[in-house]
Design a protein around this ligand. Structure first.
Ligand SMILES: Nc1ncnc2c1ncn2[C@@H]1O[C@H](COP(=O)(O)OP(=O)(O)O)[C@@H](O)[C@H]1O
Ligand SMILES: [Mg+2]
Length: 372
């Protein structure tokens, strides 16, 4: 009933604010003026443009955010009122063509200064549901944007710091070993001793090479080449490779693959690297043997791959660090395996997570879209 009245009858005080007591001084004024007061007091900018593209309303916040003067611009085309801000003008133009936006973030120039605004547009309808214009509501989000950029920069710097510390730490050991062997070579040594020092240098050089190769495979941007990929074939290939590993002698491998699994759009080489890093960790988590189960299937329209071990589990304290580059708890670890895997899965629009239980084992779950 009330809704119908609102649509067909002109606004009346009692329809709109039935139980709301207005202050006396406002009661005497027209309700439209009261609405106007509300709009003028909002910290957000509100601008209304009619179907002819003329600005019919603009509150004071809109003036100050956009750096315009509505009294001067009144009833002028929005394109003229927004002469400095073609980006806002474009959103309004799209609005007049029926395309609206929700909290779009754009950069504008207002009175010579650049600022960020968050802007939403809606169509203004008359009581008969005929479009009669566009309402743009926006607020200044420059401070928020600056804070965001600040945080991002700090995070990047922290990440670079952690990365450099990691590389320095990794490189220092083989480097000092090479230094030691070289010192030995300066002394008068027997032929055998020379040979053993040179072997040591060669070994440490190989070690350095491995560190650099691993690091490069981490820092390089994955550029996946997507082809139709059968995940089950990939898993079988990795398992047969890993099961020959000496460390895997006492591990029982178990594959529970859903057959047939649809082929997915993926880069098989990249995925192979990601899965083998996870499977190698699982093998390393069971030095005294155990069971490694790889399961595949479909859930919620996505492929999932579960890699479960019966090792010691991942301690709670380190759970949120295992994907960080150079984080390792192993004597010979590089700490790059999971960081690389994470990056590859992300490049596939996938997700990687894990469940773990102390003394029971760990399960890594990878979810991948079938089509991208
Ligand atoms: N299946 C697992 N079981 C227990 N701990 C694991 C497992 N997978 C990863 N981790 C932990 O995460 C760390 C980081 O793994 P990763 O990035 O592959 O580096 P790395 O294997 O060289 O240590 C490991 O050192 C280990 O502490
Ligand atoms: Mg690893």
């Amino acid at each position: 009933m009330k809704n119908q009245q609102k649509k067909t009858v002109k606004f009346r005080k009692k329809d709109i604010l039935p139980q709301f007591k207005l202050p006396n001084n406002i009661l005497s004024k027209d309700i439209m003026e009261y609405n106007n007061l509300i709009l003028q007091s909002l910290p957000s900018g509100v601008m209304v443009i009619n179907m002819d593209g003329l600005v019919t309303f603009c509150n004071t916040s809109a003036d100050s955010i956009l750096g315009i003067d509505y009294m001067k611009e009144k009833d002028k085309s929005y394109a003229i009122a927004l002469k400095e801000n073609s980006h806002v003008a474009q959103l309004i133009k799209n609005g007049l063509n029926g395309e609206t936006y929700f909290r779009k973030q754009i950069q504008i120039k207002a009175a010579g200064n650049f600022k960020w605004i968050g802007i939403s547009t809606t169509i203004l309808y008359d009581p008969k549901a005929t479009p009669i214009g566009v309402i743009a509501v926006f607020s200044d989000i420059t401070d928020v944007k600056e804070l965001e950029a600040d945080i991002k920069l700090k995070e990047r710097l922290a990440a670079i710091g952690e990365l450099s510390a990691g590389i320095a730490h990794e490189i220092r050991n083989p480097l000092s070993a090479i230094g030691g062997y070289s010192e030995l070579l300066k002394k008068g040594l027997s032929e055998d001793e020379i040979a053993s020092a040179v072997d040591g240098i060669i070994k440490e050089t190989k070690n350095l090479n491995r560190i650099v190769t691993n690091f490069l495979s981490f820092v390089r941007k994955p550029q996946p080449v997507f082809t139709e990929t059968d995940i089950n074939t990939l898993i079988k290939e990795i398992i047969s490779m890993v099961s020959f590993d000496k460390n895997a002698e006492r591990i029982n491998f178990n594959i529970k693959a859903l057959k047939p699994l649809p082929a997915i759009e993926a880069d098989p080489f990249e995925l192979k690297m990601a899965f083998s890093n996870i499977i190698q960790n699982a093998v390393q988590a069971m030095p005294n043997g155990g069971r490694l189960t790889v399961k595949s299937g479909i859930q919620y329209g996505r492929i999932f791959i579960e890699i479960a071990d019966t090792g010691g589990g991942i301690p709670k304290e380190i759970g949120d660090r295992i994907f960080n580059p150079f984080f390792t708890t192993k004597e010979q670890g590089t700490g790059l395996g999971l960081a690389i895997a994470h990056k590859i899965i992300e490049a596939h629009d996938g997700k990687i997570e894990f469940k773990t239980m102390h003394g029971k084992g760990t399960t890594f779950i990878i979810r991948l879209p079938i089509r991208r």
